[in-house]
Design a protein around this ligand. Structure first.
Ligand code: KG4
Ligand code: ZN
Length: 333
């Protein structure tokens, strides 16, 4: 089974080719340097850049793998959620190629793609699986009982975890995207320099809230008339530590409730080294019988390998889409 996968939900044009579970190539053309000067992604600019890049990148993927369109079994594409102008370029390209090459078309939900990033290069993943999905737009705790079977156990009531990193980074005059930048300067900071409140549970359950600590960060930043690099580093370290603690505390609560065989973290924020190291270290002690998975760094942020991996399961189920497939910017998992 050979899949050509396309992902254009935001500001990365990504193409991957997988064969029987193995990722043969995963290419990413990032637009970050263009959007940086605007402090965030400009959807219209992103769509134009996807148009310019997508076909050359598909050709490059074929060249690198010595695969031609004759050898692929299906074309997979991210159909949502994401920025509509960006999604449409991927979906329309996938539909055109599926029609021209007479191949089945597979639509993949972007969040489901992140879920399947944890299945890449794993021999076996056992269910039930508890997943913390942390990206720029989503923060969810998911119980997965089988392929394609999800229950949302909790989600953010306000900002997503990645979004809170990006917003606090902007307050600290750090470039977009903020997560990696906060993480970089946090390494020189003291995580105990500033106290961030533990968010109160507004209702019982496993929901998250990040707006309180974002406001707290703003208070600390405004408190200094002329903020010094060390103070920025201290705020970044304290903030990062607080977000990681909130995420892992909720993940632990969910795991205690559902006795999973596998516990995993995925999405852009799972590239955060403090989150990765703390998860692997503390959960190995607390849940010695569970398999712990966090994807390789290159599969944490947006990529097409995860779309290919998710599409393989859909191919097995013959879950194909017709050529009237449309992108849905708000599609749920
Ligand atoms: O999954 P992703 O690439 O795109 C979405 O689907 O949203 O996630 C992007 C998010 C951004 O908010 C970015 O700041 C955050 O992931 N991020 C990080 C790190 N790398 C990316 N957050 C914290 N630490 C990082 N190292
Ligand atoms: Zn994503």
């Amino acid at each position: 089974m050979t899949i050509l996968a396309i992902e254009t939900s935001c500001d990365e044009t990504a193409i991957a080719i997988s064969k029987n579970g193995e990722i043969l190539c995963s290419l990413i053309a990032s637009q970050i340097s263009t959007h940086k000067e605007f402090g965030g992604v400009v959807p219209e600019v992103a769509a134009r850049m996807h148009i310019e890049t997508i076909l050359p990148l598909i050709t490059e993927a074929f060249n690198q793998t010595n695969i031609t369109h004759n050898n692929i079994d299906a074309i997979a594409v991210t159909k949502g959620p994401g920025l509509l102008p960006s999604l449409l370029i991927g979906v329309d390209t996938a539909k055109s190629l599926a029609y021209a090459w007479n191949k089945p078309l597979i639509g993949v939900n972007h969040l489901e793609g992140h879920v399947y990033s944890t299945f890449i290069e794993q021999n076996k993943v056992e269910f039930p699986l508890i997943m913390l999905l942390v990206s720029g737009g989503h923060t969810q705790l998911i119980l997965m009982t089988d392929h394609g079977k999800y229950k949302i156990l909790g989600e953010t009531l306000d900002d997503a975890a990645g979004e809170s990193f990006d917003k606090v980074a902007r307050m600290l005059d750090l470039p977009y995207p903020g997560g990696p930048e906060i993480s970089k300067i946090a390494k020189k900071g003291n995580k105990e320099a500033y106290a961030f409140p533990t968010p109160l549970k507004r209702k019982p359950g496993l929901d998250f809230s990040f707006s309180g600590i974002k406001t707290e960060a703003r208070k600390y930043i405004l408190f200094h008339d002329n903020i010094a690099p060390q103070q920025k580093a201290d705020i970044a370290a304290s903030f990062e530590y607080s977000v990681v603690s909130i995420l892992l505390n909720r993940l632990q609560e969910a795991a205690e409730l559902h006795s999973p065989k596998t516990i995993a973290i995925a999405g852009g924020v799972s590239a955060n080294t403090l989150l990765r190291d703390t998860f692997l270290h503390t959960f190995a002690e607390t849940f010695p019988n569970a398999q712990l998975i966090i994807p390789e760094m290159r599969f944490c942020t947006d990529n097409a390998a995860m779309i290919a991996r998710a599409a393989e399961e859909k191919y097995k189920q013959k879950e194909f889409k017709k050529l009237d497939l449309t992108a849905n910017s708000r599609e749920q998992l």
